[in-house]
Design a binder for this molecule. Structure first.
Ligand code: VGL
Ligand code: ZN
Length: 236
């Protein structure tokens, strides 16, 4: 059926380390989106997935794993090669130590109603590569299969057509996950009220929106027609 509509909800990295007051990489107002996301979890999405940034202690994105002077969290960058092709490289920002496997900072925040989540996907476990996207690392020549998650597969198995992305952080993992969702063939939306950015400036927000728009990701509002369509599924 051409007009089949099977929406999924992807909740990106709603974890302690991305939330005030104690998160190592706290995103302003990060915790405040939990009630909105819990309301979304009550809608009839065919699949509800939460992702977790889940790094080993020696992860390449931690500033502390690099040498002076290029090891300042938030301001230093590192050039990361594709583990399977040194000629493909990717420049990436360095961060404070965050979301280390087995630490409290890696936990989903308790405000999130995980009883309504079908599947939790961990990402970023390969210490050699940064992985903002819940689908795969940013390399394409070739794709780093060892780092890929089972997200695309599980969406396809559920027959998903449309993907609604929320969570943290809008300008990193939400953006990358949404752009990869388009590349995987899904109609993709980011719900503006249900995400927050590391850089919350108007200028940065607009830049992210533009990059998403160029990639075919649509920013929508809670009150928009796309979610009305999801809500209407429970009435039929
Ligand atoms: C993220 C920075 C580093 C995110 C993850 O979830 O947006 N940002 N690791
Ligand atoms: Zn990370």
């Amino acid at each position: 059926m051409d007009n089949e509509f099977k929406p999924a909800l992807i909740i990106v990295d709603l974890q302690e380390d991305f939330c005030p007051p104690n998160g190592a990489l706290a995103v302003a107002e990060g915790r405040s989106i939990a009630p909105t996301i819990n309301n979304l979890l009550r809608l009839p999405f065919v699949k509800k997935i939460a992702t977790k940034d889940f790094h080993p202690p020696d992860h390449v994105s931690f500033a502390s794993n690099h040498l002076e002077p290029h090891n300042k969290p938030f301001t230093s960058f590192v050039t990361i090669p594709n583990p399977n092709n040194p000629n493909e490289t990717h420049t990436s920002r360095l961060w404070p130590i965050h979301c280390v496997q087995g630490t409290p900072g890696a936990e989903l925040i308790p405000e999130l109603n995980t009883s309504l989540v079908d599947l939790v996907i961990e990402k970023g476990q390969d210490s050699r590569v940064e992985m903002y996207s819940a689908f795969e690392a940013p390399f394409r020549h070739p794709i780093v299969k060892e780092a890929s998650s089972k997200l695309a597969q599980s969406l396809r198995e559920a027959g998903v057509t449309d993907v609604f992305v929320v969570g943290l952080a809008m300008d990193y993992c939400v953006q990358s996950t949404a752009i990869d969702a388009v590349a995987e063939g899904f109609k993709t939306y980011v719900i503006s009220e249900a995400t927050r950015a590391v850089d919350s400036s108007e200028q940065s927000w607009r830049k992210t929106e533009k990059e998403c728009d160029n990639a075919g990701v649509k920013f929508i509002a809670l009150a928009g027609e796309e979610l009305a369509k999801v809500r209407s599924m429970q009435d039929v």
